[in-house]
Structures are given as structure tokens and as C-alpha cells.
Ligand binder design. Structure first.
Ligand code: ZN
Ligand code: ZN
Length: 255
């Protein structure tokens, strides 16, 4: 039996501070011919169109509702409408986003009736901790785990805010995507020998991440989501280390 082909495409590697030429957080994970999307930042539609994904992508997972992680959603759905997509699209996201996003699809004239955009269904599904059930198609399983991104930060008048990270598994091989976090503590338990870690670089200590990568014998660390002022510093940091990569938009990596 052939080994499955596992690929990650870092479509958007920017952060909450937009810069020209870098998209918001958006990553395509593929195992053989099954793709899924992790976050959907600004520029997602262009990146996915170039990869021929408007009709192939059936599932996306949103870590949390900060604009950099969701702002590409509407242009992506608009593109899918324009090409005449018919297959349903599933969007897994924190529950508090579902009703507002559904309403926005109507507001921006994409949804003609609830759940329908043109000829395709858009189904929002609330994330919960644990393995996402009923993902039987394809070779990948997805597990959502709680991120501590919002732990140090409160916004008056907003009670419920959830953030998740995701562990994707295929044939015993794992890819861990942190989304945004406050500490390494929330994802250390996900790290396993041979895993690929796709790690945000804005809110945590890079050296600490590398120590964990060595401790858990990871295959590689890919840093993304860095503050633009620290971009060159991150490139130098990664160049000096084996199996540590500073992601750029459109990069393709095996995992
Ligand atoms: Zn972010
Ligand atoms: Zn965030």
C-alpha cells in the first residue's frame, strides 16, 4: 500500500497587523486528495482559488473569531457561489460565532435562505473539545482542544469567548496547529514524536517552543503569525536551527 501523501500549504502567514503581500492566518491541510482548511484570514479566497479548491474544499475549522482568522470567509463563499458550487460546505467554529455569521451571510446577499448560498448548503457546526465526530470521509481525524488565548485578556460586555487549537491525525502521524495561544502549556500535551507543529509566533517565547520540540522529538516546527516588526528576526532564528521553518505565504511542506 502506498503511503498517504500529506501536505500543508501555508496560504496566509500574517498576523492581526496586516502587511502588503502577506495574507491572514489560513492553512490548507491535505491527506491524499482530502483537503481541510484551518482558519480563513484575509486573502484565503485568492490562495484557495490558485490551488483549485473552490469546488474541492468541503470543510474548514476556525480557531477563534478574531478578525485576522475569519476575515476571508465571505469572499471565499462568494467565489464558491460564482463558480457554481453545489457541494455542501461545513464550517466548524466556536459556537458564539454561528448565529452572527449566519446572519452576515444574509446581510451581504450571499444566503438566499437559511443554510443555502446559491446551490450549496453552508453548515455551521459548533466546536467542542475532543475528536470532531462524523468526519469519516478521507483519512484524517481532527481533534479540537482548548487554547488559553483569551486567558489574560477581557473585553467588557463579552462573556463567552472560546479559542481552540487543532490536532490533525492521519495514519499515526500528527500535525498540531496552535491557532493563537498565550502559553505553550495549552498545547504541550498534544505534541507527539514525529509530529509537525504549526505554531503561532506572536504571543509566545520561540526558545520555549524549540525546547518542547526537542523534548517531544517533533519532526519540524513551522512558525507563522508573527508581528511584522519581528519577521526578519524570526527568519534568522529559524535559519539557525534545523527543522525549524519561518512560514511564508504559499509554502508547501510535507508532514
Ligand atoms: Zn491572530
Ligand atoms: Zn487572536
Amino acid at each position: 500500500m502506498n503511503k498517504p501523501k500529506r501536505r500543508l500549504v501555508t496560504i496566509g502567514t500574517g498576523s492581526g497587523l496586516a502587511v502588503r503581500g502577506k495574507g491572514g492566518p489560513c492553512h490548507l491541510v491535505e491527506c491524499d486528495d482530502t483537503p481541510l482548511l484551518l482558519d480563513c484570514g484575509e486573502g484565503a479566497a485568492g490562495g484557495l482559488c490558485a490551488l483549485g479548491m473552490f469546488d474541492r474544499l468541503n470543510r474548514m475549522f476556525i480557531t477563534h473569531l478574531h478578525p485576522d482568522h475569519v476575515s476571508g470567509l465571505f469572499t471565499l463563499i462568494q467565489g464558491m457561489l460564482i463558480i457554481g458550487r453545489r457541494k455542501p460546505l461545513e464550517i466548524f467554529m466556536p459556537e458564539e460565532g454561528i448565529e452572527p455569521f449566519r446572519a452576515m451571510l444574509k446581510t451581504v446577499y450571499l444566503a438566499s435562505k437559511p443554510h443555502m448560498v446559491g446551490d450549496f448548503e453552508v453548515n455551521f457546526i459548533p466546536l467542542a473539545n475532543g475528536v470532531v465526530p462524523n468526519l469519516n470521509r478521507g483519512e484524517m481525524s481532527v481533534r479540537a482542544w482548548p487554547s488559553d488565548h483569551f486567558i489574560n485578556d477581557s473585553v467588557r460586555g463579552i462573556e463567552q469567548r472560546d479559542a481552540f487549537g487543532f490536532s490533525i491525525e492521519s495514519g499515526g502521524v500528527r500535525l498540531v496547529y496552535t491557532g493563537d495561544v498565550s502559553t505553550t502549556g495549552c498545547f504541550e500535551g498534544e505534541l507527539a514524536r514525529g509530529a509537525t507543529l504549526l505554531c503561532e509566533a506572536m504571543h509566545i517565547d520561540w526558545d520555549e517552543v524549540i525546547q518542547l520540540a526537542r523534548k517531544h522529538s517533533l519532526r519540524q516546527v513551522i512558525f507563522t503569525h508573527v508581528h511584522p516588526d519581528r519577521g526578519p528576526e524570526l527568519e534568522g532564528f529559524c535559519e539557525a536551527r534545523e527543522d525549524v521553518i519561518a512560514a511564508v505565504d504559499g509554502m508547501k511542506v510535507a508532514w
